[in-house]
Design a protein around this ligand. Structure first.
Ligand SMILES: [Zn+2]
Length: 303
């Protein structure tokens, strides 16, 4: 499968910066092409597209501190019709994810896609970070609203003691296409002055939505300036292009098949003559021939 690129000069990218002499840290990302790719892969309806898009964007914002092979997973499970959202982001600005029911579409609320209604307002948000240690770091909080951005802000404050403001947005056209997607995260660093915090709170209260800013042609760099203000004297640390990226391979999904066991494999062989395995994260499917299944059965019987 191939998916449309978001265009050479308009690539989805992420910008990281510090400001106010190190008192704040900000990250902004545009994910329009990436969320459109997720929609095409998973055939999501608009409300599900927005929920998945916000979570994918959040994954990239939280993953900026990862290194090497580290990965970060966000799980959002609420009592709404969507079921759950699972997103995994890596250290090199790649992210993948899916929603349990991509067909969910609800009537708009206050002119916005009702992500909170789709996710549900009762549930949990869990973030796990595989940092290459024996055990992954896992933090979990109850959902605040199911709108994802507020839930992430609450998670950061309650679970990681990181005061921050998060904004996420996905704008979907009448035909379901993703017009704009992106987000930002502003973090107050330890030791920040009360006057800095007050000033930022006031700025954020009057801030336009992310999709409004993107629709007006603002880049992630512009959004950072808008959010932090000129007096923050932002210093850009780095910029990276972001991608929908899955780590599945034919070999990795083969393990899933093997785990079915001899009897199930023999059934498949008899009934289908082959086996098809679909990756939840990217919806790519892999077909294994009858001959491969026979070899698998043989190996399992010998072991
Ligand atoms: Zn995959």
């Amino acid at each position: 499968m191939s998916y449309p690129d978001s265009g050479k000069d308009d690539r989805d990218h992420l910008i990281r910066a510090i400001g106010m002499q190190g008192q704040i840290r900000v990250v902004a990302v545009r994910t329009t092409g990436l969320v459109e790719e997720a929609r095409l892969r998973h055939h999501t309806m608009p409300t599900a597209t927005a929920a998945l898009g916000r979570a994918l964007t959040a994954g990239l914002l939280l993953a900026v501190d990862l290194k090497g092979e580290n990965v970060l997973t966000i799980r959002v499970f609420g009592d709404g019709p969507l079921g759950g959202i699972i997103v995994t982001a890596d250290a090199s600005s790649g992210v993948r994810g899916y929603v349990q029911d991509p067909r969910v579409h609800l009537p708009s609320r206050n002119n916005k896609l009702d992500v909170g209604g789709a996710v549900g307002r009762n549930g949990m948000l869990t973030v796990s970070k595989d940092l290459g240690l024996k055990e992954p770091y896992v933090g979990s909080v109850p959902l605040v609203s199911g709108e994802i951005a507020e839930d992430i802000t609450y998670y950061l404050a309650a679970s990681e003691q990181r005061p921050a403001a998060t904004a996420l947005g996905v704008l979907v056209d009448t035909d379901g296409r993703v017009l704009q997607a992106g987000g930002y995260l502003m973090e107050i660093m330890p030791g920040a002055e009360a006057s800095t915090i007050n000033r930022l709170e006031q700025r954020l209260a009057g801030m336009k939505t992310v999709t409004d800013m993107l629709s007006q042609g603002l880049s992630p760099e512009d959004i950072l300036q808008e959010v932090a203000g000129e007096e923050a004297k932002l210093k850009i640390l780095d910029c990276s292009t972001v991608h929908f990226r899955c780590h599945c391979t034919r070999e990795k999904l083969l393990d899933l098949l093997v785990s079915l066991g001899v009897r199930e494999l023999e059934n498949l062989l008899q009934q289908e003559g082959q086996a098809e395995v679909r990756c939840h994260f990217c919806n790519e499917s892999y077909v294994y021939s009858g001959r491969e299944l026979e070899a698998m059965v043989q190996r399992l019987k010998e072991s």
